[in-house]
Design a protein around this ligand. Structure first.
Ligand code: BGP
Length: 478
C-alpha cells in the first residue's frame, strides 16, 4: 500500500491558514465591541502565561490589509478566521453593531479581491461576557436562541460571499478546559456541569446548522473538532479496552453526536451510572439529527496513547503551558483510561506528539465512520522561534512538521478520503490562549512578546517561502 503512486491533490484544493479573532485582532474595545469572556478572564491574576492577553494581540484589526497582502503574496487559497461575537453584539444580542460587521465585510472583500476563499468560524471561544453574566453562557438553554440570532445576522450579511462556514471551534477542547479543568472561562471544575453545558452547545450547533440551510443554501457548514486519535499503549486487551474507552469518551462523544445526532452507547451508559449524563429532553434528539454537518472540520495536532487506569488512578490533568519539555503528567478517568507517552514518536517542547501518520489515521477514521468530506481546519507546530540577523527565522523544524503532515494528507486522499482543504495553524504568529506569545505557530513572525508589543513588524519565516512553493505546485513540491 505504501509503495503505490499517490493521487495528486485535487484541483481547487484549499491551501489555507487559520486564525481566531481573540488571538489576532486586538482592538479589544474598539468601535463598540463589548467584552468577551476572554477579555475578562485573561486579566485575572495567574490565568494565562505571564499574564498575556489579547488586548493588542498582533493588531490584525488595524493591519488586516497588510496581512492579507502577505497571504496574497504567498498564494494562499483560503483563510480561516473567526468572527468575534461581542464585536457584532456587544451585549450578546439585540441590534448588531454595524462597525463590527463592517470590519469583517472589509476583511472578506479584501480576501475575495485577492482570490482567497474566506472560511468563517462562527464561534472560537469568545463568548460575550454579558451572556456569561446574565445566564451562565453555555449552561443555559437561552444561549441557543442568542447564538442563532448572532449566526443568522452573519448568514444574512455574508451568504453571497462566504461559502465555507465553521460552526463551533473545538467545543470538546474549549468546554473541557472551561468546565472540567478550570483553565478557560468560566473556570469551573465539575464534570456534571461540563456534560450539561456540552449538551447545550450541541443543541446550539445543530440548531444553527439547520437554520444555515435556509439562509445559505449553497454554502457548506461543519464544526471544527480537536481530534487527537486514540492509540492503545499495547496489544494487551486491557490497553485495547482503555483505548476504546478513550476513543468513545474523548472523540466519538462529539463526532457521533455531530454526525449521527446521537451519543455513543457505552459512554452514555457509563455517564448515566455515574449520574453525570446530560439531561436529554424530549425533542433534543430531533434537534441534533436535523442539524448534521456537510463536512467535518478537524484540528489535528497529535495522537494520544492510552493504557488502563485503576479506580483510584489519575484524573484529568492540566497540560504543559510553559514549553518545558517533559512536564506533562498522565491524565485520565479512573477506571477507564489514562494517557501514557508513546515511545515511537517525538514530541514538541510542549510535549505534543509529532505524528503525521496519526493524521492519516484521523482522516481515514473520520471518512470511514461518517462518510463525509473533511477539512483540516488547523494543523501546525507551536515552537520557540528565533529571530536572527537580517530579519530571518529559520524554522526548518516547522517545515519538516508541515511537510510530513501534508504528505499524510496526500496519503489519506489516496486512501479515498475526500479532503476539501488544509488550513495550517497559523498564518501570522498569534497569542496562544494559555501559552502567551512564546509558543509560535505562524508562517509570518510578529515582533512582540508577552509584555512588550514592540513594533508588531511582520517578518516572513523560512516556512513562508516553503508553503508558497507547495501552494504554487498544488502539493507536488513538498
Ligand atoms: C487549538 C485552538 C487554537 C490554537 C491551537 C494551538 O486548540 O483551536 O485556537 O490555539 O489549538 O493551541 P495552543 O495555542 O494551546 O498551542
Amino acid at each position: 500500500m505504501e509503495h503505490r503512486k499517490l493521487k495528486a491533490f485535487p484541483a481547487g484544493f484549499l491551501w489555507g491558514a487559520a486564525s481566531a479573532a481573540y488571538q489576532v485582532e486586538g482592538a479589544w474595545d474598539a468601535d463598540g465591541k463589548g467584552p468577551s469572556v476572554w477579555d475578562v478572564f485573561a486579566k485575572l491574576p495567574g490565568k494565562t502565561f505571564q499574564g498575556s492577553n489579547g488586548d493588542v494581540a498582533v493588531d490584525h484589526y488595524h493591519r488586516f490589509a497588510e496581512d492579507v497582502a502577505l497571504m496574497a503574496e504567498m498564494g494562499l487559497k483560503a483563510y480561516r478566521f473567526s468572527v468575534s461575537w461581542p464585536r457584532i453584539f456587544p451585549q450578546g444580542r439585540g441590534e448588531p453593531n454595524e462597525a463590527g460587521l463592517a470590519f469583517y465585510e472589509h476583511l472578506i472583500d479584501t480576501l475575495i479581491a485577492h482570490h482567497i476563499e474566506p472560511v468563517l468560524t462562527l464561534y472560537h471561544w469568545d463568548m460575550p461576557q454579558a451572556l456569561q453574566d446574565e445566564y451562565g453562557g453555555w449552561e443555559d438553554r437561552r444561549i441557543i436562541a442568542d447564538f442563532e440570532h448572532y449566526c443568522v445576522t452573519l448568514f444574512q450579511r455574508f451568504a453571497g460571499k462566504v461559502k465555507y462556514w465553521v460552526s463551533l471551534n473545538e467545543q470538546n477542547y474549549n468546554l473541557t478546559n472551561a468546565y472540567q479543568l478550570g483553565t478557560h472561562p468560566p473556570a469551573v471544575e465539575d464534570r456534571k456541569r461540563f456534560f450539561a453545558a456540552n449538551h447545550i452547545a450541541f443543541l446550539a450547533n445543530a440548531s444553527v446548522i439547520a437554520t444555515f440551510r435556509r439562509h445559505v443554501p449553497n454554502g457548506l457548514i461543519g464544526p471544527s473538532f480537536a481530534y487527537s486519535p486514540a492509540y492503545p499503549g499495547s496489544s494487551a486487551p486491557a490497553d485495547m479496552l482503555a483505548f476504546e474507552n478513550a476513543e468513545e469518551l474523548t472523540n466519538h462523544w462529539w463526532l457521533d453526536t455531530y454526525c449521527f445526532g446521537r451519543y455513543p452507547q457505552a459512554a452514555l451508559t457509563w455517564l448515566t451510572e455515574t449520574g453525570e449524563a446530560p439531561d436529554i429532553l424530549p425533542g433534543d434528539l430531533e434537534i441534533l439529527s436535523q442539524g448534521l454537518p456537510d463536512f467535518v472540520g478537524v484540528n489535528y495536532y497529535q495522537t494520544l496513547t492510552y493504557t488502563g487506569n485503576a479506580l483510584d488512578g489519575v484524573t484529568l490533568q492540566r497540560i504543559n503551558t510553559t514549553g518545558q519539555k517533559g512536564t506533562t503528567p498522565a491524565s485520565g478517568i479512573p477506571g477507564l483510561y489514562k494517557t501514557m507517552a508513546n515511545p515511537f514518536v517525538e514530541t514538541s517542547n510542549w510535549d505534543w506528539a509529532i505524528d503525521p501518520t496519526g493524521l492519516r489515521i484521523a482522516l481515514r477514521r473520520l471518512a470511514s465512520r461518517y462518510a463525509l468530506p473533511v477539512m483540516i481546519t488547523e494543523n501546525g507546530l507551536g515552537e520557540f522561534d528565533q529571530l536572527v540577523a537580517g530579519d530571518r527565522v529559520h524554522d526548518d523544524y516547522r517545515i519538516a512538521y508541515l511537510k510530513a503532515h501534508v504528505e499524510a494528507c496526500q496519503q489519506a486522499i489516496s486512501d479515498g478520503v475526500q479532503l476539501l482543504g488544509y488550513c495550517a495553524w497559523s498564518f501570522t504568529d498569534i497569542l496562544s490562549w494559555l501559552n502567551g506569545y512564546q509558543k509560535r505557530y505562524g508562517f509570518v513572525y510578529v515582533d512582540r512578546d508577552e509584555r512588550d508589543t514592540r513594533d508588531l513588524r511582520r517578518i516572513r519565516k523560512d516556512s513562508f517561502h516553503w508553503y508558497k512553493k507547495v501552494i504554487a505546485s498544488n502539493g507536488e513540491i513538498l
